[in-house]
Design a protein around this ligand. Structure first.
Ligand SMILES: [Zn+2]
Length: 439
């Protein structure tokens, strides 16, 4: 008698990303009640289970959904608005003024567009920092995506919550509202050390500790930042956060491009983690995060796209490709960041970064079912010698055929099930016309 389950994925190469890096040739994945029940050979599984939905993955790779550890998803509305500028000019003359026009509705609609793009590209979890984070959470929930959101906090008044103290209150309420949700969680996310006073940073840290959640901050993004922080506090940005007592295993430094050896030692010594965004760092010429050195010190490094205004897409495949190649050029060593390690950064290491490695990041029985099916029956993925090599250097977002999040199919055969994509794009085009006037 066969057992009835929700979803059976049958056939294909199952790349689990588990501790033993298990791969099943002609495998199968059993999904029920939102969880992965079993993995194994197609023949055995087919003999034991009957799926309410059955997905034929012949010629495909089945793997854990990708985890984008840092983005500002509503910034899809600024895609292509201001390019080819230095970070501080870009931020202060273009992005900050444009952001004054941001409303809750814009954030919601911009996030829906981001979710559509991410779902189509096989991203199943994203970590977001932005204004009106409540709307980011609602949009992610609507799209059926797993998200860790956070209201961006800084010393100046916010169009959302007004004065900085209110931002902490807003964050605390948001943590409470989503505390029992299966998909959405909330982190405390001060913008950067140059936009947040030591007092605000300490309050943020206290709040993160109170709710045992993450403290996420842009850190050491470029030379300007390091210079400003040194002038103000006589320390590097990492030394500064360390002196304030902020570094611990729930601290995520985003970027960490300009690091001294002492900075790296401080991060490693405190088990702090790093979100690496190579394309954004390249585009804004911020520099190159010394990822191989961080990995040598066993610092957990995840991969993110950053926001759409500085990338300009949310494509984790492009990010993996860039990441693997950038560090080879930077170090002059083609052996650094081999493909498998980069796939790990986009999956299980990303899960570790956000403290969700028990739940996501690999295909294992008992974990929640965040699974993608990537179609390898394509000229650019033929022949196949090494699956990790193709995933990093040859596959692209458009090869993702099916996306399952929390055991629910959110995209099948390139059709998003949770969103009306035509409407989502129409809404954002309208926003672009009415709010952000082109020159
Ligand atoms: Zn960012």
């Amino acid at each position: 008698m066969k057992k009835d389950v929700d979803i059976l994925i049958l056939g294909g190469l199952i790349v689990t990303m588990d501790q033993d890096e298990t791969i099943h040739q002609e495998g199968a994945v059993v999904i029920s009640d939102g969880k992965i029940i079993e993995l194994g050979s197609k023949e055995t599984i087919r003999g034991e289970y009957r799926g309410h939905t059955e997905i034929d993955a012949t010629g495909c790779v089945v793997m854990p959904g990708l985890i984008n550890v840092h983005t500002h998803s509503p910034m899809t509305i600024f895609r292509g608005l201001a390019d080819d500028l230095p970070l501080m000019t870009w931020l202060t003359e273009h992005i900050f003024p444009a952001e004054k026009k941001i409303t809750r509705d814009i954030v919601y609609k911009g996030t829906l567009l981001a979710c559509a793009e991410m779902i189509l590209g096989g991203t199943t979890t994203f970590v977001d920092m932005y204004l009106f984070a409540d709307q980011v959470a609602l949009a992610a929930k609507k799209a059926g995506m797993r998200a860790m959101v956070g209201e961006v906090l800084y010393d100046f008044p916010s169009p959302n919550h007004g004065p900085p103290e209110k931002g902490l209150e807003f964050t605390e309420n948001l943590i409470g509202e989503w505390s029992k949700d299966e998909l959405i969680s909330v982190a405390v996310q001060p913008h950067a050390v140059y936009t947040c006073s030591p007092d605000l940073l300490k309050k943020c840290h206290k709040l993160a500790q109170k709710y045992e959640t993450l403290f996420i901050i842009h850190l050491s993004e470029n030379d300007d930042e390091v210079k400003q922080v040194k002038e103000r506090y006589g320390k590097t940005p990492v030394e500064h956060v360390e002196s304030l007592g902020l570094l611990d295993s729930k601290f995520i430094g985003v970027h960490c491009v300009r690091l001294t050896q002492r900075d790296i030692d401080l991060l490693a010594g405190s088990s702090a983690k790093v979100a690496h965004n190579p394309e954004s760092n390249m585009k804004l010429v911020s520099g190159i995060c010394p990822v191989p050195k961080l990995l040598q010190k066993e610092i957990v490094v995840g991969l993110g796209t950053d926001g759409c205004a500085s990338n300009n897409d949310l494509d984790m495949w492009g990010e993996m490709d860039t990441c693997a190649k950038l560090h080879k050029v930077a170090t002059g060593d083609p052996t650094v960041l081999p493909a498998k390690q980069v796939v790990r950064m986009a999956t299980i290491e990303g899960a570790k970064l956000i403290g969700m490695e028990e739940k996501i990041g690999s295909l294992e029985p008992g974990k929640v079912a965040d699974v993608i099916v990537v179609d390898f029956s394509k000229p650019h993925l033929t022949p196949l010698y090494n699956v990790y090599s193709h995933l990093v250097y040859a596959a692209s977002a458009s090869d993702v055929k099916v996306s399952i999040i929390n055991g629910k199919i959110v995209m099948r055969d390139r059709q998003i099930i949770t969103l009306n994509i035509e409407q989502v794009m129409k809404d954002v085009n309208e926003i672009a016309r009415s709010i952000i006037r082109p020159e």
